[in-house]
Design a protein around this ligand. Structure first.
Ligand code: SF4
Ligand code: SF4
Length: 351
């Protein structure tokens, strides 16, 4: 488990377990969920539709063998069922808000019964934006439910009646890969449910989603020119696990993500002008577009790198990058090259 998440999870569980710190524990749990949900948001907003039904680890033993879409569906179907059928005793978000139709899912179950190609086929049918909206609504309603809980509620148990009720909803498949869920949930009290569907279950599946998206970015970068339009090297970028390059459909560069059409302005401008990159443009030094906006403290370092490519070519540029990253500790190039174009170019030329 991610070290930071593991610590947060442990601390939150300890706080929830004691009456004196219960309320603070719930606040920590909600903050932890916000943190994890952000990863889902970034994946949904930055990757192309095809990414959600791909299985780069098909056949592997673990949750990373699933798809991104399946993972989101599965996390929030389980939470929706547990929160509303079991704890609150009201209507699931899926039905209350019409997501059973708008997501276009062929199933209403948790998806545990699906395997192999069936997961990819299922994923292809989902409207990912609606699925994301569903995830947001389930999270919102569960957070409210958690806020309303009292310490005494933690010991509440569920009997045979709940098992029958859950079976009747048809939300858990009778397949042996899924049917065990009902006994599993009903064997826990409210505290046990908080420990799994509302927290640890998220961690496991969101970590798997991170592995899937890292691999998809790696695949997207294969055979693609690693020089970003603005002059940075995608092969040396600290965002490499999130971004498949501005020359791919997996562009998660901050410039692209804040643009309304999710396209980096430098990429749009270069494409319109028929340039391979800003290094070919005579306006480079005075340009204020995209990555070169004056408020960006990395603008001049990127410009210096473009100038270096213009003078010495891409091959020499990537060799310099290799040497710099071997020699110095830095994430963003401006940490080493500073904010003065001439000085940054000098550093590049002297290394
Ligand atoms: S953020 Fe920019 S430099 Fe980094 S991988 Fe993406 S396109 Fe390449
Ligand atoms: S005008 Fe700016 S963004 Fe456009 S190609 Fe030239 S340097 Fe790049």
């Amino acid at each position: 488990m991610d070290k930071g998440w593991s610590e947060k999870n442990k601390e939150m569980q300890q706080f929830i377990g004691k009456e004196a710190t219960f309320r603070e524990g719930i606040e920590k749990l909600i903050a932890f969920r916000d943190d994890m949900f952000l990863q889902i948001t970034q994946i949904v907003w930055n990757y192309p539709a095809e990414a959600f039904s791909l299985q780069p680890y098909a056949g592997a033993d673990g949750y990373h063998s699933k798809t991104l879409a399946y993972s989101i569906w599965h996390i929030f179907r389980i939470e929706d069922i547990v929160a509303h059928e079991m704890i609150a005793g009201d209507t699931q978000v899926l039905f209350k808000e019409g997501f059973d139709k708008s997501i276009h899912s062929p199933i209403i179950t948790t998806g545990n019964e699906l395997s192999g190609d069936a997961i990819a086929e299922f994923s292809k049918q989902l409207d990912v934006k609606e699925l994301y909206r569903y995830a947001q609504e389930v999270k919102k309603s569960s957070d409210q439910l958690l806020e309303q809980l009292e310490y005494a509620d933690l010991k509440r148990k569920f009997g045979e009646g709940m098992k029958e009720k859950l079976a009747k909803t048809g939300c858990v498949s009778e397949d042996e890969e899924a049917a065990w869920l009902i006994d599993y949930w009903c064997g826990k009290d409210v505290r046990g449910l908080i420990k799994m569907p509302f927290s640890r279950h998220w961690v496991m599946h969101i970590e798997a989603m991170r592995r899937i998206k890292n691999r998809l970015c790696e695949i997207a970068r294969k055979g693609v020119d690693p020089l970003a339009y603005c002059g940075l090297s995608c092969n040396h970028c600290f965002l490499g696990a999130w971004c498949g390059s501005c020359r791919s459909a997996y562009n998660a560069c901050s410039n692209a993500t804040i643009s309304p059409d999710h396209r980096c302005p430098n990429e749009v401008c270069c494409t319109e002008k028929g340039f391979d990159g800003c290094y070919e443009c005579e306006l480079l030094e005075s340009c204020e577009k995209g990555f070169y906006v004056p408020e960006n403290d990395g603008a001049n370092a990127a410009k210096a790198q473009s100038l270096y490519v213009r003078k010495y070519g891409k091959k020499a540029f990537f060799k310099v990058q290799d040497r710099l990253h071997k020699k110095f500790q830095f994430e963003k190039t401006q940490e080493l090259l500073g904010q003065d174009i001439k000085e940054a170019l000098r550093i590049l030329e002297e290394n």
